[in-house]
Ligand binder design. Structure first.
Ligand SMILES: C[S@@+](CC[C@H](N)C(=O)[O-])C[C@H]1O[C@@H](n2cnc3c(N)ncnc32)[C@H](O)[C@@H]1O
Length: 199
């Protein structure tokens, strides 16, 4: 898979994963949801820090690629699963931690996503969302239906409305990519939002 090989992308993903690990402080007994796991790069960095990871994605190809990686290393505590917001959540357990890296901008209804994430978390649970600041539509090809980044205050308000508390956002990495409008290499800032479900 292309982005398992690009050093810049791997470095950025590592920075996001380390920031997520630092700010969620898992103790080893948690059940974690990685929403939009892709090739599982972030999930794999949580491997020895939690008990079990459900790695969901809407793409079968991504999940097949991830399963091959897991088989190659005999990893059984990460479970790839085809699932997305809007599908029946009854097949999912309750989670202590949810992580979402560079995927929320692909979900059409952000308020619905916030409500579903809230319902999937146990009381006392924590969510970590990494995504792009507003990017003027330059970080993706125009034919891709995505949000063109998020205004941090607006996103915090959406998650507050869904029930989350103690919400914090700060910058954690940048995505280096050619602008889809100008072709010029740009650095797109990435934030990490942490939010809690009260006990
Ligand atoms: C940019 S990749 C990020 C992958 C991984 N989280 C990372 O940071 O390396 C976005 C992933 O979200 C998945 N995706 C897109 N729309 C989705 C949706 N509505 N629900 C679940 N996954 C989705 C894509 O298939 C892709 O694997």
């Amino acid at each position: 898979m292309r982005w398992d090989k690009e050093p810049g992308r791997l470095n950025m993903t590592h920075q996001i994963a380390q920031a997520m690990l630092n700010r969620t402080s898992p103790r080893g007994n948690e059940v974690l949801l990685d929403y939009g796991t892709g090739t599982g790069l972030i999930a794999l960095e949580f491997l020895y820090s939690v008990k079990k990871i459900v790695a969901v994605d809407s793409s079968k190809d991504m999940l097949t690629f991830l399963q091959k990686k897991l088989n190659a290393d005999s990893i059984t505590t990460i479970e790839p699963l085809e699932w997305s917001i809007g599908s029946d959540p009854s097949q999912l357990p309750e989670f202590d931690i949810i992580i979402v890296s560079l995927t929320l901008h692909h979900v059409p209804d952000t308020s619905q996503a916030a409500e579903v994430f809230y319902s999937l978390l146990k009381p006392g649970g924590i969510i970590a969302i990494a995504d792009l600041d507003p990017d003027n539509g330059e970080s993706h090809e125009p034919e891709m239906t995505v949000h063109h980044g998020f205004v941090r205050e607006d996103l915090m308000e959406i998650f507050k409305k869904a029930g989350f508390t103690t919400i914090q956002i700060d910058s954690v990495a940048t995505l280096a990519k050619e602008s889809s409008k100008t072709g010029v290499l740009k650095e797109f800032p990435i934030f990490l939002m942490i939010a809690h479900k009260d006990k």
